[in-house]
Design a protein around this ligand. Structure first.
Ligand SMILES: Nc1ncnc2c1ncn2[C@@H]1O[C@H](COP(=O)(O)OP(=O)(O)O)[C@@H](O)[C@H]1O
Ligand SMILES: [Mg+2]
Length: 232
């Protein structure tokens, strides 16, 4: 498998009145195409900070970060936004759907921003996550689990190279959470999308090919596993 990205001794420090917080304290790893990574760690361990650095939403304080062998831009919001639009899909915990747009329009908008509007693909993805009957509804007219599935369809609609999720099943019940994960893993396989999902739910490990554990801004373990889902 090709190397997708590489971080080397990445640090993200926050200056606070109480002193410097080392949210990331020397993180190094490589990710190869096709990996499905679950990132586990207690609250405050640096998970969101790491996703924000991976997606160039945030700039590291120091260290190297290369994506497809090219330095990822930092401290330049225009270049960072363009990197993100081109390469990254991001599913947030609280969906971040636009309430004034229908389910379908939410997806079309993100494709438009990435410069590849394609309504038949948008509809196909909504079908994939089981929402073909809801495409013309507004987010306020569907359930939390359905909104999360819209957010997932939206995050893969532009064919990101790397898909990131932050506690994406955090407010779903176990059954919906499993449905969402199965839909996501299927979509990632079909579309050859590499993924990193942050969670504190050990139950999601079964969907991963690799599990990274982080604590106090440092990686404390990094293991490849045989994904049970591969056999399903
Ligand atoms: N904007 C910020 N300013 C200061 N400290 C921050 C900021 N964001 C996060 N932190 C601190 O960095 C550490 C890691 O936070 P975070 O990445 O959000 O952890 P997690 O997502 O694992 O809960 C925590 O100690 C948190 O308080
Ligand atoms: Mg977090």
């Amino acid at each position: 498998m090709n190397k997708l990205l590489q971080m080397e001794n990445l640090e993200r420090h926050y200056k606070t009145p109480a002193g410097v917080v080392k949210a990331l304290d020397g993180v190094s790893f490589e990710i190869h195409e096709g990996e499905r990574i679950i990132l586990l760690g207690p609250s405050g361990s640096g998970k969101t900070t790491l996703l924000n650095c991976l997606s160039a939403l945030d700039s590291p304080t120091s260290g190297k970060y290369k994506f497809l062998h090219v330095e990822v831009p930092r401290n330049n919001s225009e270049k960072m936004t363009s990197f993100r639009r081109q390469n990254i899909g991001y599913v947030f915990q609280f969906f971040n759907l636009l309430q004034d747009l229908t389910v379908l329009e939410n997806i079309l908008l993100i494709q438009e921003l990435a410069g590849n509007k394609d309504s038949s693909r948008a509809k196909e993805l909504l079908k994939l996550v089981g929402l073909e009957a809801e495409i013309n509804r507004f987010p306020g007219e569907i359930s939390g689990g359905q909104q999360q599935r819209v957010a997932i369809a939206r995050s893969i609609a532009k064919r990101p190279t790397l898909l990131l999720g932050d506690e994406l099943t955090g407010n779903l019940d176990t059954e919906t959470s499993n449905k969402v994960m199965v839909a996501l893993v299927d979509a990632c396989k079909k579309e050859n999308i590499t993924s990193v999902f942050v969670t504190h739910d050990e139950g999601l490990v079964k969907y991963a090919t690799r599990v990274i554990r982080i604590d106090s801004g440092k990686i404390i373990s990094d293991k490849k596993i045989d994904s049970l889902h591969d056999g399903v």
